[in-house]
Design a protein around this ligand. Structure first.
Ligand code: ADP
Ligand code: MG
Length: 704
């Protein structure tokens, strides 16, 4: 048995169990060993019966004096009753519906019992039990050498009782006991896992050996060792990510880009031509970018700014410099409709500049507002006749080649790495030449996350809103006020406005009782607003269909658009003034803030209504926070604190690494990992073992 052995090879793992474990992402022994508990319950102290009074979680060591099954009158229910005792007293133990226990345990057996003691009835109900000293029989391998020294309490290696018990995130049909049993079979493999971390890092930081850390994360010998194990494993996780980033960054250093001079006069002219004054934050960010462009080192920068903070114009200022230096700029968006909006927006911004601007998506190709054939467009790009190229993924297809491409900008976390950057430039050019790169996002990413994700990625933040923005009035709406809210919606629609309604899930079979979009759409369409036009959008629609619905809404074909969270990113419908969110408690604050940013894009006062039938105080408080807070960063920080990164940023699509044990709040370890990884890279100390480890490590899109 080794790390690559399938879990099915373990004792007592049948087909059903294997399928259930697969749901947790557990296929091999390695998956299992690296599936860490999220908390512990301490049952390590063994108590005497005479010392038990209150109702509490305890472990006792007892001898069985009597045990018997009893059938209950209710259908198919059974009860196992036992009388147990130690030198100091006796108590009763009850298990429900586990008649096999009476077969496993005989009178005279010595047991550990861990569980809740009921002080009033002097009994334990359903405790974990384990025979003293026999648990090792469950192990199919020879584990004798793993048998730990008897502890202070004089017992050996138990798995389910009389120790600190790990608690895992599980799925239906898998129990904590089962997990512990499976992991106990893997102890030998854990023991033999090779440690790839350089000796010097371990000794300097007093880290546990990897095998000891693994054994102690699942079967801690003490809470101190559990803590040390956690620290070592958190470090490993963050260190590998940081090392992979540091390595790619250093690889990137061998690449060069174009030095683009700052054209002060023309830049100023452009800025003066705008219908508004740039905010200080916008100026600062534009200046960051312009300075990067002047260097031969390829820019690798992220521009972060809340919805409506005015990122586009900052990009437009940068692009002017690229273009007037004789180079071209690409702006890529995740959807056709967003690309089209950027295209129209930039045409307006550049109306005095006489630039050649094109749009290129799967279905649309235009230059300066005129349709053009694909062949002609490709020809123009190859000859370098177009200044600004705006599009979707279509831009990075194989046959697109852009002469003198100097800058690539991607909006909203589009996956886009060095490879794609290279692919876009002329094929016969020098190999190590890549365009400058800028990504922009409205997702407020706290500093600790940026560090984890990107190492010390260059970051510019627009932390200021243009003046005169009407803030969006946000209200948590109680069920009794629903009809009133509908009246208000109707009055807004009468005035010509449009409404978004967001629901959390698609399926009517949704057991959680959360409103599904389809049901909600039908209800609003048939009952509440039969006279209005109501659109429907969800993630099961194809990309094209989604775009169609969005375009129809934009063109006022619908008064109301009912949607799942798919509308989250970037689209601008200035006429929409109400964002109504059902089951708001199901979303993170940062996400709610993104939804809210879909309204208030035009001249009209806008509103965000949060509905939730979860009346717990905590939920209410969390949602209420939205009423007063309009700062995306603050909301994101609060979310991180309350829910953790995976939930907040939906790890997969955001390109966030799936952290198993480390948290973004582990700032110290993050920094330590960064320092150590940089040191290794800079001094060429990356060992073959580390290289091997890195091959399986995913990092963020900036470096792929
Ligand atoms: P986002 O950062 O969400 O992409 P946009 O770039 O779309 O924001 O800008 C939102 C709106 O604000 C646009 O209509 C833009 O013209 C306007 N805007 C940008 N900067 C300013 C400013 N400094 N003053 C006033 N309006 C601005
Ligand atoms: Mg935008």
């Amino acid at each position: 048995m080794d790390l690559n052995t399938q879990i099915a090879a373990l004792n007592k793992v049948g087909k059903t169990t294997a399928i259930r474990l697969k749901k947790l992402g557990l296929n091999t022994i390695s998956d299992l060993i690296f599936y860490f508990p999220f908390r512990y319950e301490d049952y390590s102290e063994i108590r005497l019966i005479k010392d038990l009074f209150a109702t509490e979680n305890v472990t006792i060591k007892v001898k069985v004096q009597m045990i018997a099954n009893r059938r209950l009158r209710q259908r198919r229910k059974s009860l196992t009753e036992a009388l147990v005792g130690d030198e100091t007293g006796e108590l009763k133990v009850i298990w429900f519906n586990q008649p096999f226990i009476a077969k496993n345990i005989k009178v005279g057996d010595e047991l550990f019992l861990s569980g809740k003691y009921d002080g009033e009835k002097v009994q334990m109900v359903g405790p974990e039990y384990e025979k003293c000293d026999t648990n090792l029989k469950m192990d199919t391998n020879d584990t004798s050498r793993l048998r730990s020294k008897p502890t202070a309490n004089g017992h050996t290696n138990t798995i389910h009782t009389a120790r600190i018990l790990p608690v895992y995130h599980l799925t239906e049909g898998v129990t904590q006991k089962q997990m512990r049993f499976l992991l106990s079979q893997c102890k030998r493999v854990m023991e033999s896992v090779e440690d790839y971390l350089p000796e010097e890092i371990k000794s300097k930081n007093k880290f546990l050996e990897l095998n000891k850390a693994l054994l102690n994360i699942h079967f801690p010998e003490s809470s101190d060792l559990a803590g040390q194990a956690e620290k070592r494993l958190k470090f490993d996780e963050l260190f590998l990510i940081q090392l992979a980033i540091a390595k790619m960054k250093s690889d990137l250093k061998s690449n060069k880009s174009f030095k683009l001079a700052f054209l002060e006069k023309q830049t100023k002219e452009f800025v003066d031509s705008l219908p508004f004054t740039l905010t200080d934050a916008q100026k600062k960010c534009a200046w960051d970018i312009i300075q990067d462009l002047e260097k031969e080192k390829p820019m690798n920068r992220m521009l972060e700014g809340d919805v409506g903070s005015g990122k586009t114009v900052v990009v437009a200022v940068a692009m002017i410099n690229v273009i007037l230096n004789g180079y071209k700029a690409v702006l890529m968006a995740p959807t056709e409709i967003l690309a089209t909006q950027h295209y129209q927006g930039l045409q307006k911004l550049y109306s005095k500049q006489k630039l050649d601007i094109c749009l290129m998506t799967g279905s649309k190709r235009e230059v300066n507002g005129e349709k053009i054939s694909k062949k002609d467009l490709l020809g123009k790009l190859e000859k370098g006749e177009l200044d600004v190229i705006i599009g979707t993924h279509a831009v990075i297809q194989d046959n697109v080649e852009i002469k003198d491409l100097g800058l690539v900008v991607v909006d909203e976390q589009h996956r886009f790495g060095v490879k794609q950057r290279k692919a876009l430039i002329e094929k016969d050019k020098e190999k190590n030449l890549i365009p400058h790169f800028l990504s922009m996002t409205a997702t407020p990413i706290p500093r600790s996350l940026v560090l984890t994700l990107y190492g010390d990625l260059d970051l510019s933040i627009i932390n200021q809103m243009p003046p005169g923005r009407k803030s969006i009035i946000t209200k948590v709406v109680y069920e009794q006020q629903r009809l009133k809210a509908y009246d208000f919606i109707r009055s807004q629609i009468k005035e010509g406005r449009q409404i978004f309604v967001i629901c959390p899930l698609i399926d009517p079979s949704d057991k959680l009782g959360v409103k599904s979009v389809k049901q909600e759409h039908e209800r609003l369409d048939k009952q509440t607003f039969p006279d209005l036009n109501i659109g429907l959008m969800h993630g099961r629609l194809k990309g094209k269909e989604k775009e169609e619905v969005m375009t129809d809404f934009y063109n006022k074909k619908y008064d109301i658009l009912v949607s799942t969270s798919v509308i989250e990113v970037g689209i601008d419908v200035p006429n929409a003034t109400i964002m109504m969110i059902e089951g708001a408690d199901r979303f993170g604050l940062a996400q709610l803030h993104q939804f809210r940013g879909r309204v208030g894009r035009g001249e009209f006062q806008s509103y965000c209504f949060l509905f939730s039938d979860n009346n717990s105080l905590q939920t209410r408080k969390r949602l209420k926070f939205m009423e007063s807070c309009t700062d995306g960063f603050q909301l994101a920080e609060k979310d991180l604190e309350l829910r953790g990164a995976g939930e907040v940023y939906g790890t997969r699509q955001s390109g966030l690494p799936d952290l198993k044990i480390a948290k973004l709040t582990d700032v110290e370890i993050i920094q330590l990992a960064q320092i150590e990884s940089q040191r290794l890279i800079e001094n060429g100390l990356v060992t073959p073992e580390l290289e091997e480890k890195l091959r399986g490590t995913r990092v963020s899109f900036h470096y792929e």
